[in-house]
Design a protein around this ligand. Sequence first.
Ligand SMILES: Cc1cc2nc3c(=O)[nH]c(=O)nc-3n(C[C@H](O)[C@H](O)[C@H](O)COP(=O)(O)O)c2cc1C
Length: 171
Amino acid sequence: MLAGIVYESNSGFTKQYAEMLGGAVGLPALPLVEAVSKIPRGSEVFFLGWVCGGKISGLPVAAKRYYVAGAAAVGIVYPHPTVEEELRKANKLSCPLFYLQGGVDPKKLGYFKRKILSMIAQNIERAENKTAADWDLADTLRLGGSYVSQANLEPVISWVKEYKSTEEAAE
Ligand SMILES: Cc1cc2nc3c(=O)[nH]c(=O)nc-3n(C[C@H](O)[C@H](O)[C@H](O)COP(=O)(O)O)c2cc1C
């Protein structure tokens, strides 16, 4: 039985998704550092982590401590068709994985993290055949902005609700 929503967030966007999800499915949403003392080892959880260099932050620790029934990766790249498959491979995941587009808040990032994001923006700006979505992403990487929405989260909400009801029916 799912014990909670556990998350790792650096600048707050993953936290927003985790709290929205917890509210929608009726489960507590706890940051990983707090979960370790509140959710017993071995419990079943849904995990959300922010993407840093292709890795889902906090996932190795969460997977060691809990049974991760499903996970969501919160990144900044446009949600293209292969993003979930790429993240699944890079993070050696076997459970269902969702990708959610988060945001950028430069005020909450240190110099080096801002620098990495402006290098990604530069690569996007230099590419040929840019779309309006590419320009928008480059601006967000430099100036900040949020793509967080309830609509993005709907597939995750549906999956968690379905998972919970299947488990309840089996009891
Ligand atoms: C140093 C750094 C590396 C990042 N690497 C990636 C990446 O590889 N892929 C991606 O989609 N987003 C990447 N991002 C963007 C973050 O995942 C995104 O801003 C996310 O919404 C942050 O979530 P948080 O507010 O919960 O920390 C990176 C951001 C930083 C600061």
